[in-house]
Write a protein that binds this ligand. Structure first.
Ligand SMILES: Cc1cc2nc3c(=O)[nH]c(=O)nc-3n(C[C@H](O)[C@H](O)[C@H](O)COP(=O)(O)OP(=O)(O)OC[C@H]3O[C@@H](n4cnc5c(N)ncnc54)[C@H](O)[C@@H]3O)c2cc1C
Length: 347
């Protein structure tokens, strides 16, 4: 493999039902930073059926180029044709870096593509940088420059590992949704759009979709919420989440929770914040009866303002909180809700 042939930062621009997924724009935003460090460009790879019109949106969020793979076989996500599409793009265009969202689709697709083109993939990254590998020079070992340094929690979140892929290309990573920032939208920005179709011949690995049944979700996705009122084991019962819901209603927020709450069956997994839940970045995050375990912090510490309520003044949540209230949540939360309602009524 001649590593010099591989150039550019590519991102998989995931779309579902012809709507660009937020992670695609986040990856373009991060891809721009990496491309700047490498003096190269960001290319979005858009795969689907009748999706070409989405290229403008990808351009508005910073893609310099969009490669469109458009084919009826790609109408719904299926592993085999999508893996063939991405592997073919990589074989033809030879990117130096290829990023995929760590969504249900990306977690299925990324490893399969990396195996097919024989390169490494670091899953579930929370940070990406360009730098030297090894990080510090080791006598007798070549230190390579301009490598993709992929950082992710390891060993159950107890340590942070930085991983490189110095001998194969592209350097591939999946990235958790909500971790990277979108670039500001530039209305009217245009990208170079190139269509590429490697040809799709259904084989015995093509799954036949008999019916698509969409789950009906009436709640706000906690990743989109501006204010989250998050409860932990300290809330003590599913019924007692009512006091958190009242606070959420008063501030126009959404209820979320820790894993302990999901494990107890008090709230659905959709609402879990953290390493094995969702990564959130709201304007305000209330952490109520949550101790602040490292796996929980991994999903919320980038929130703009963190307000913690806990009866234990040594709880680690106070280390990341901007405001902390020490005391019984059963007294503090209803009192806070009342004060907020009064303040709103007085306006
Ligand atoms: C591989 C792995 C992945 C994980 N992923 C996640 C994840 O994604 N998200 C996640 O949240 N966790 C995750 N965990 C679990 C994590 O380690 C913690 O066990 C979990 O976050 C604890 O939840 P908690 O803070 O609600 O409960 P606890 O740690 O039991 O904390 C409860 C808190 O409530 C306070 N409290 C109790 N009563 C009151 C009261 N009346 N008033 C005020 N405060 C009160 C207590 O002082 C305590 O601090 C993971 C663990 C592992 C090993």
């Amino acid at each position: 493999m001649n590593l010099e042939e591989y150039k550019g930062v590519f991102v998989f621009a995931q779309q579902v039902d012809n709507v660009v997924s937020g992670i695609a724009l986040e990856l373009i935003g991060k891809g721009k930073d990496l491309a700047k460090d490498l003096g190269t460009e960001v290319t979005a790879v858009l795969v689907g059926y009748e999706v070409k019109a989405l290229a403008d949106e990808l351009a508005a969020f910073g893609a310099d180029k969009v490669i469109v793979v458009d084919d009826p076989e790609l109408k719904e996500y299926r592993t085999e044709p999508y893996a063939h599409a991405l592997a073919s793009v990589i074989e033809k265009y030879k990117p130096e870096i290829f990023l995929v969202g760590a969504t249900a689709i990306g977690r299925d697709l990324g490893p399969r593509v990396s195996a097919r083109i024989h390169t490494g993939l670091t899953a579930d990254c929370t940070q990406l940088d360009i730098g030297d590998f090894p990080l510090n020079p080791i006598p007798g070992q070549e230190q390579k420059h301009n490598q993709l340094l992929m950082t992710r929690p390891a060993f159950g979140g107890n340590t942070i590992a930085t991983i490189a892929c110095p001998n194969f290309r592209p350097q591939m990573a999946t990235v958790r949704p909500g971790v990277m920032q979108k670039a500001p939208k530039v209305e009217g920005a245009k990208a170079v759009v190139e269509e590429f179709n490697p040809g799709f011949a259904p084989n015995n690995k093509y799954v036949e979709i008999m019916e698509v049944v969409k789950s009906v979700v009436d709640a706000v996705d906690i990743m989109d919420a501006k204010i989250l009122v998050s409860g932990g084991r300290g809330v003590c019962s599913p019924e007692n989440f009512k006091i958190l819901q009242d606070l959420a209603d008063a501030v126009g927020g959404t209820v979320s929770c820790s894993r302990a709450v999901v494990d107890a069956g008090w709230k659905p997994k959709d609402l879990q914040v953290g390493q094995t839940g969702k990564t959130v970045r709201p304007n305000v995050y209330f952490a109520i009866g949550i101790s602040g375990a490292i796996q929980h912090l991994a999903g919320m510490e980038e929130s703009d303002l963190i307000i913690a309520i806990n009866k234990d003044d040594t709880a680690p949540i106070f280390d990341v909180a901007d405001y902390g209230i020490v005391g019984d949540l059963n007294k503090i939360v209803p009192a806070l809700t009342e004060k907020i309602k009064e303040a709103k009524a007085a306006k």
